[in-house]
Design a protein around this ligand. Structure first.
Ligand code: CTP
Length: 404
């Protein structure tokens, strides 16, 4: 088998320079990349840069090398087309089937997965015309990644920024691995909590746990690649924002509850992958707690935190909402897991064994997925991303058919 063929479409926005990095990541990981820039994008990055970095010609027009019929061949032979950045104009053309240059022709002839990474000013992204075009493209099976929030060109800040090239590359890698399967979570809003809460004792100390957030982030990345709108409620994580996910940062269990409940109001799925502290200090000392010579430390009184998973499971914001919990156990893993599934009232419980050297902070995981109707799926030791895919497979079969 030859190298997977990727078409990198580049349309005319300042973020075009970031696609040089995306191209590098694709070529260095063994993809044969053909860059198809629009004429406008050449104002930002020239043809020579694309040709040199990709090792392939980079043309914008259908009138070059006509004997090779490039306007049809490039799309037909691609395994993946990714357009980054995708401007409002390019999205409009793609949604309406216009074909006035090589990139738009390629989009019409491609039968492989297509990923759009839009980048534009917030007003343009939010305009009903753009939103309708995005909805049209998604309905037809394309993956349109939500832009990131942050610095835009000039003085503006807001939604519309191109996600980091490394994160767009991650989406491409997953979509290529899934092949021609249409994204099955398109039109779904999923809420994922990740990381571990910290309960402050005083301005410099907290009670916390060892969760890294990696499993929750793997769930977010795989959900984006399967087409979902993702809200990631991240508690004290130090990981890069996944492309396409709306990241809400929280610190404590109470803040996490608030953010999860708010996002869950219109969610199809809620996955509680965060390690939420069961207790918090009853009192918060406004100043640093000092040791006193000759005196024993004062005991720390704790109070219960709300159980977010149990609350969400008992009071579903939407009919048919699927709720997934996690359980980290050190002993009697399965028996404790089954009891917890009943107690929490969720649909699926992902149970894993934890200990000093297992799971926390690692890239790999092993788990059993228990379902409320009694089934039990053993997921062998492997990347957290592989476990995430199995979780989404299980969620996907439990989702009610999409509303028209
Ligand atoms: N969880 C939650 N709110 C809490 C505690 C936990 O939503 N206050 C969620 C976690 O996100 C996870 C699940 O509940 O999805 C299981 O967490 P775990 O700590 O294993 O369960 P506990 O109810 O705390 O059970 P125990 O400590 O007795 O094992």
């Amino acid at each position: 088998m030859g190298k997977p063929k990727v078409v990198l479409g580049v349309s005319g926005g300042i973020a075009a320079y970031k696609s040089c990095e995306l191209l590098r990541l694709l070529t260095e990981s063994g993809h044969d990349v053909r860059v198809v820039p629009t004429a406008a994008s050449l104002n930002f990055v020239g043809e020579a840069t694309w040709a040199a970095l990709s090792g392939n010609p980079a043309s914008t027009e259908v009138w070059e090398s006509v004997h090779e019929v490039p306007h049809v061949r490039i799309g037909q032979s691609a395994d993946l087309v990714v357009v980054a950045p995708a401007t409002a104009d390019l999205l409009a053309k793609a949604a309406h089937g216009l074909a006035d240059d090589l990139l738009t022709n390629t989009l019409l002839t491609a039968r492989c997965p297509v990923v759009f990474a839009p980048a534009m000013h917030t007003e343009m992204w939010e305009h009903p015309a753009t939103q309708e075009n995005v909805a049209t493209l998604r309905r037809r099976g394309a993956l349109v990644i939500e832009p990131a929030v942050g610095r835009l060109t000039g003085k503006d800040t807001g939604k519309g920024r191109l996600p980091d090239p490394a994160e767009i590359y991650e989406v491409c890698r997953r979509v290529l691995a899934r092949g021609v399967d249409e994204p099955d979570l398109v039109g779904r809003h999923v809420v994922i909590s990740a990381g571990g809460t910290r309960e402050p004792l005083d301005p410099v100390r907290f009670l916390g746990n060892r969760s890294s957030g990696k499993q929750g982030y793997a769930l977010a990345r795989t959900a984006v690649a399967r087409g979902a709108r993702v809200t990631l409620v991240a508690a004290n994580t130090a990981l890069a924002d996944p492309a396409g996910a709306d990241v809400v940062r929280v610190g404590t269990a109470v803040q996490l509850r608030e953010a999860v409940l708010k996002a869950a109001a219109d969610a199809d799925v809620v996955v509680m992958a965060a390690a939420v502290a069961d207790f918090r200090p009853a009192e918060y000392a406004g100043g640093k707690i000092k040791k006193k010579d000759g005196q024993d430390p004062a005991p720390v009184a704790l109070v219960r935190n709300p159980d977010v998973l149990a609350e969400i499971s008992a009071d579903r914001a939407r009919d048919g909402q699927v709720v997934v919990g996690f359980a980290a156990e050190t002993d009697d893993v399965l028996a404790n897991g089954r009891a917890k599934l009943l107690r929490k009232g969720c649909d699926l419980l992902v149970v894993n064994e934890v200990g000093e050297a297992r799971t926390f902070g690692s890239e790999e995981n092993e788990a059993v997925i228990l379902a409320s109707e009694g089934s039990e799926i053993q997921v062998p030791y492997g990347p957290k991303e592989a476990l995430a895919e199995v979780i989404w497979d299980q969620v996907s079969v439990r989702l009610a058919p999409r509303r028209a």
